[in-house]
Design a protein around this ligand. Structure first.
Ligand SMILES: *[C@@H]1O[C@H](CO)[C@@H](O)[C@H](O)[C@H]1NC(C)=O
Length: 499
């Protein structure tokens, strides 16, 4: 089911960010419920009491009836529609089983079915900010701990937040903003430093391709780019591009269309490969990219791209078509989620993945101006570069960027995650804010269950994370029995890999 969902979810311009982390296979069945809570539309005005229904999933299988000290584990939703998989599987669910906690999954305002306004007109998007979304979570936690929810089953419980990617950033920021409501945090792959021009992203894509795919593979991509760039500026050249790559409309020589083709056709395809790579994926891709039976490097790249068409049914290459899709203000439009995430990017975070860095083979195909233009064309002329710069500065002012990690917050970074340059590393850690960097793993891998670990290191980090979380919440590490179980699982895992 999951591969079929990809085309729709990846339809947007900044597509890599709008995907729910692949939900785990349920380890328990039919134990969750979909529920709703009315939260304030504007938490920061005392004079304005309008509310909207926020969706969440709840799994109470580990809570003990007639007690008031069941703990609370919240898997935080980011810029995607929530699905029940994360209250019935994954590391948050696994940990909840050890500490006798209810498992919750909250949907971020504006995404999925949590729709505070009738549509996504610019004037209606003014309540789409991370500070409002954190305040929703604060109101949610207060509600779960009240007698109104399950007769006070969680009244004296501790609160653990687990999130990855943007939702990981949110989990960290909850501990900063609402320490009285948040006892411990696991933030996986969460970018904490807002930055307009995210040059490090494609540099990291390049370095991971080099590490895991080899020099010949990266050389082959470079050679392909060297063939493609001159073709994009002549009339006969763009005809060749349309033929070789399966573009949605005839390629033009307009620079905005060149950047659009380059983004959807090349950098996003390779970024998707790297950001979600499991062992073997990059070497498989490189065997296509370096296949000597095809002498043109451009055609070898096209063979790979056309076989991994996540922006199905063709490569989006018309900037005006992209604008048309992203200015549809219906929540049900296929580009709606990307319109919303682009809004947050333009107003709060930047994180525009340009080719302005030096350490990559993607030429200078995607300048920062491409994204500034997009902000103006999707929303209005008011959304210019000054607005983005001041929004990014505001975000770093409110949440400290990488200058301060809150206590009782565990961060995990993937050594091969292109988002890692915006998140914490060992140099940012302190006694009560440990940071684990797991070599070789991609984005959002630490939130999967301990069983679903591609390396011994990742497996061990997950157990250590659960032990530390347990210490923060209950005062002790998990029981010795769990430790034995952990080593046993490790041995079984090693046997499975050997087999
Ligand atoms: C916007 O998207 C909705 C939902 O997919 C669709 O029904 C509508 O026709 C679209 N509007 C325009 C102007 O394309």
């Amino acid at each position: 089911m999951w591969p079929l969902l990809l085309p729709a979810l990846f339809a947007g311009a900044l597509g890599l960010r709008t995907l729910e982390p692949p939900p785990p296979v349920s380890t328990t069945r039919n134990t969750y419920e979909e529920r709703w809570l009315d939260v304030r539309l504007d938490h920061f005005s005392a004079f304005y009491n309008d509310t909207f229904p926020m969706r969440f999933y709840y799994n109470g299988e580990f809570a003990v009836n007639n007690q008031v000290n069941n703990h609370i584990v919240i898997f935080v939703g980011g810029e995607w529609a929530i699905s029940p998989g994360w209250v019935t599987g994954g590391l948050a669910h696994e940990f909840a089983g050890y500490i006798q906690a209810g498992v919750f999954y909250t949907e971020h305002r504006y995404y999925g079915l949590t729709r505070p306004t009738n549509d996504t007109e610019v004037s209606n998007l003014r309540y789409l900010t991370v500070d409002q979304a954190l305040a929703d979570l604060a109101q949610f936690i207060e509600y779960i701990k009240s007698d109104e929810f399950e007769n006070g089953l969680y009244r004296e419980g501790k609160v653990v937040l687990v999130g990855c990617s943007y939702a990981g950033s949110m989990a960290t920021w909850m501990r900063l903003a609402y320490p009285h409501l948040t006892d411990a945090v696991l933030s996986d792959s969460g970018p904490l430093h807002a930055q307009t021009d995210f040059v490090e992203y494609l540099e990291k894509i390049n370095s991971v391709l080099l590490e895991q795919g080899g020099q010949t593979c990266v050389n082959s991509i470079q050679e392909a780019v060297n063939e493609i760039v001159p073709l994009l500026s002549t009339q006969t050249g763009v005809t060749t591009i349309s033929d070789v790559f399966n573009t949605c409309s005839p390629q033009t020589t307009n620079p905005m269309d060149s950047s659009t083709f380059f983004w959807f056709g090349i950098t996003e395809t390779l970024a998707y490969l790297v950001q979600y790579a499991m062992p073997g994926h990059i070497t498989d891709a490189c065997s296509v990219l370096t296949n000597s039976s095809e002498s043109s490097a451009m055609r070898r790249l096209a063979n790979y791209v056309n076989a991994h068409p996540w922006s199905q049914p063709c490569i989006r290459n018309s900037y005006s078509d992209v604008v048309a899709g992203h200015t549809n203000t219906s929540f049900d439009s296929s580009d709606s989620v990307m319109r919303l995430w682009t809004y947050q990017s333009c107003v709060e975070f930047g994180w525009f993945q340009t080719t302005n860095g030096n350490l990559h083979v993607f030429a200078n195909a995607i300048p920062l101006e491409y994204f500034h233009q997009m902000c103006q064309d999707f929303f209005s002329l008011y959304f210019n570069s000054n607005l983005t710069e001041s929004g990014v500065a505001r975000t770093n002012l409110l949440f400290a960027g990488l200058s301060h990690l809150p206590d009782y917050t565990i961060s995990v970074a993937g050594g091969a995650d292109p988002w890692a340059p915006m998140g914490p590393t060992g140099t940012h850690e302190s006694a009560l804010a440990p940071v684990f960097v797991v070599p070789g793993v991609s984005h959002c891998r630490a939130i999967q269950s301990t069983e679903n670990s591609e390396s011994t290191e990742l497996h061990e980090v997950k157990w250590e994370v659960m032990n530390i979380l347990s210490e923060y919440v209950t005062g002790t590490r998990m029981s010795a029995a769990n430790g034995v179980f952990a080593s046993l699982a490790l041995i079984l895992c090693a046997v499975a890999i050997a087999a």
